[in-house]
Design a protein around this ligand. Structure first.
Ligand SMILES: [Zn+2]
Length: 223
């Protein structure tokens, strides 16, 4: 409908305009009001996750993660503060140390691009290391590694896995939360560094659309 100011069509156009202002204002208010997901759809979604802290075989400590097994309760408490905005809860059902051939960890540290990650999963498929059966409740697998060659974290596209390096340049719970976002089908945000999916910042904001996509994919993972 064209907006012709001099005709009687002016009124519906004005109403449309005012309506859209209302919409804009509405979408700028607090997170509770902003959500268009019906209340019934906002039930808590719990994602069971297996956490592996990667150590080098042969005792090469330069390639072994420095994280302690006990640090993950508080780590995921902080992750869950971030994901609470989508009413998604990440529940570690397993925290275990995993010995991995040193050349695979070296590859993750020095060939962070496709090569290192590809070789890591190829090593897993070939039985160079095993993640065992204790994780059967998990639907996502997280690998915490000494180094990803200067990258804070990485989520191989289309997989239910992600990696987080020991000493990221930003809040490490934010790195985990960001990578989880990728696992839940979210892409990088441009322009707004307050967003969780903006690279390399401490932003934590999930838009309504991101919450909707993440909840849709979370439900598919757990149902
Ligand atoms: Zn990313």
């Amino acid at each position: 409908m064209p907006c012709e100011m001099r005709s009687k069509r002016y009124l519906p156009c004005l109403l449309l305009f005012v309506g859209s202002l209302g919409f804009l204002h509405f979408s700028g208010t607090n997170a509770e009001q902003r959500s268009f997901i019906p209340q019934a759809e906002r039930t808590e979604l719990v994602i069971p996750i297996a956490v592996y802290i990667l150590d080098s075989d042969g005792g090469n400590n330069r390639l072994s993660s420095r994280r302690s097994d006990h640090s993950f309760a508080s780590h995921f408490a902080r992750v869950n503060e971030i994901w609470r905005q989508a009413n998604i809860v990440i529940e570690p059902v397993l925290v275990d140390r995993l010995e991995v051939p040193r050349e695979l960890l070296w590859g993750l540290a020095h060939r962070t691009g496709r090569g290192g990650v590809r070789d890591f999963f190829r090593g897993l498929r070939r039985g160079q290391f095993e993640i065992g059966a204790k994780n059967e409740k998990a639907v996502v697998w997280a690998f915490f590694v000494r180094s990803m060659g200067g990258v804070n974290g990485l989520a191989p596209g289309g997989s239910r896995t992600f990696f987080v390096a020991d000493n990221p340049t930003v809040n490490d719970a934010r790195v985990t939360s960001h990578e989880l976002g990728h696992v839940l089908g979210l892409y990088h945000a441009s322009f707004d560094s307050n967003r969780l999916l903006f690279s390399g910042t401490n932003g934590i904001v999930l838009t309504d659309e991101e919450q909707r996509v993440a909840r849709y994919n979370a439900r598919r993972l757990i149902e």
